[in-house]
Design a protein around this ligand. Structure first.
Ligand code: NAD
Length: 503
């Protein structure tokens, strides 16, 4: 990785064109300003400077994008899967070619540290390769024989779909949603988060350059309450894949009700990392720190609640405090940086408000709890100790580099605490007792659980949450279940008795 000065210089060379033209929408293969001509500004959380204007799409732009996606759908659906596979692989190749540009722009737009974003760009390419390979099997069905009928099933793409993504690791998450939709044969209208539009534009350009037919992938920038809302309400959009806050998911469900929209939600979390006294404590410490403080703590799968067994809590927390105080906060383009600034002022205000909440509720701020500098949205990695599970800091998703530590006596109490939350996205369990691990994971209310590990994503496995953390699963064949309809066809063998009326 290059040094900070070189990275800034390279970033500026990539930003020149955005500064000149602003970020345009991409509809029907054409780069266009918003129909109204309106724009909004995106700014960097590093120094609050304006990066460039962004086309502010609204209902008219969503109409145009949905029309383009609808028109492009039959040909894309009917294109031989091998052709689709080639195009998706080409998209992956181009992402790899432009990985540095993507990573630098993502860091500047979102405040994420380069050490993580260079990998996230490449993971975006992997998402395309994985689903490119699966494209040829997307339609596969089953043969289900009965005495009178030969029944077959097949899958067909549901139609044009809307993809709505958040600002945390927006590039990776967009590829994660769009790649399976395209592999299934759906066309897409993507509405990225208003706070991180840069890499969504680069991604749409790459898709276009890779030879995706016009209208198959449309990009409309804008705010949730107008462009996002219009997309969820549009009659030609058959399904919405959404990643974001639980309360936004609930709104989208209501907005989509009139058009009976199919929805897939990846929502918030307040995920427990449970450390028993028989665990490998050094590894548990590394994983607990990584899962809450990497990506600025702005990750849905973060281990934001540490449940630690009383017998080891003093020693474990002491080591934790030392390590948290040592985390390097800094410019996201500095390769040494471990935590960058939070995405924007409103989020910064939200995260820092929990410092007061923690004190008010009687918890201890054992590390951090302050702003860093007076420019940009930097906060010191923070640890709350002496917390109880009923406290606001133990129940609400803070979505920043903030960990709440709670002590437990025994396995029963650990399980109760772990499950006492509205969320159920991930859980991390640290123990060397195999039977306990089996018992505990069996009863833990979460969509994804790792034992003696941090979150290690394996693309063929199901990704998603229970309770307020989501609806549906991504990954492997589960993605196709959302983007495709199951279709049953029964062929009569010709000898069963058909009921005769009026005979
Ligand atoms: P958000 O819900 O505020 O916004 C997400 C997207 O929804 C944005 O594009 C926004 O413009 C759009 N939106 C907002 N209101 C809308 C409406 N009424 N209709 C249609 N679209 C609307 O979320 P955020 O603050 O951008 O992202 C952070 C949240 O995302 C956190 O809660 C985090 O846990 C969650 N998240 C979950 C996962 C997961 O896999 N479960 C992954 C990443 C992020």
């Amino acid at each position: 990785m290059s040094d900070l000065a070189t990275n800034i210089e390279t970033l500026n060379s990539h930003l020149t064109r955005f500064r000149e033209t602003g970020i345009l929408n991409l509809i029907g293969g054409e780069s266009r300003p918003a129909a109204s001509g309106a724009t909004f500004e995106t700014s960097s959380p590093v120094d609050e400077s304006v990066i460039c204007p962004v086309s502010k799409g609204e209902a008219a732009d969503i109409d145009a994008a949905a029309a383009a996606a609808k028109a492009a759908f039959p040909a894309w659906r009917d294109m031989p899967a091998l052709e689709r596979k080639k195009i998706l692989n080409r998209i992956a190749d181009l992402i790899v070619e432009r990985a540095e540009e993507i990573a630098l722009c993502e860091c500047w737009d979102t405040g994420q540290a380069l050490r993580f974003m260079s990998k996230a760009a490449l993971r975006g390419a992997e998402n395309f390769r994985f689903f490119a390979d699966k494209a040829t099997a997307a339609r596969d069905g089953q043969q289900l024989q009965s005495p009178t009928l030969m029944n077959v099933t097949t899958r067909v793409p549901i139609g044009p779909v809307g993809v709505i993504t958040p600002w945390n690791t927006p590039f990776m998450l967009s590829t994660w949603k769009i790649a399976p939709a395209l592999a299934a044969g759906c066309t897409v209208v993507h509405k990225p988060a208003e706070f991180s539009p840069l890499t969504a534009r680069i991604l749409a350009e790459i898709a276009h350059e890779a030879g995706l037919p016009p209208g198959v992938w449309n990009l409309v920038n804008g705010f949730g309450e107008d462009a996002g809302r219009a997309l969820t309400e549009h009659p030609d959009i058959k399904a919405i894949a959404f990643v974001g806050e639980s309360k936004t998911g609930s709104m989208i469900m209501k907005q989509g009700a009139d058009t009976l929209k199919r929805v897939h939600f990846e929502l918030g979390g307040k995920n427990p990392v449970v450390v028993f006294d028989d665990a490998d404590l050094d590894r548990a410490l590394d994983a607990a720190i990584f899962m809450i403080y990497s990506l600025n703590g702005e990750r849905c799968t973060s281990s934001s609640r540490l449940l630690v067994q009383e017998s080891i809590a003093d020693a474990f927390e002491a080591k934790l405090i030392e390590r948290v105080n040592n985390i390097k906060v800094g410019h996201p383009l500095d390769p040494a940086t471990e935590v960058g600034p939070l995405i924007h002022k409103v989020h910064f205000d939200k995260v820092t408000s929990y410092f007061e909440t923690a004190k008010h509720d009687g918890a201890t701020i054992a590390a951090g709890g302050t702003r860093v500098g007076d420019q940009g949205w930097f906060v010191r990695p923070t640890l709350f100790t002496n917390a109880t599970n009923g406290m606001t800091i133990a129940q609400e998703e803070i979505f920043g580099p903030v960990l709440t530590a709670i002590r437990f006596k025994d396995e029963d109490e650990a399980l109760t605490l772990a499950n006492e939350t509205q969320y159920g996205l991930t859980g991390y369990v640290w123990t060397n007792d195999l039977t306990r691990a089996l018992r505990f994971t069996n009863a833990l209310e979460a969509g994804m659980i790792w034992v003696n590990s941090e979150n290690v994503r394996h693309l063929p496995t199901p990704f998603g949450g229970v309770k307020a953390s989501g609806i549906g699963r991504d990954g492997g064949d589960w993605s196709f279940e959302f983007y495709m309809e199951q279709k049953h066809i029964g062929f009569a063998l010709g000898h069963h008795k058909i009921p005769r009326l009026g005979a």
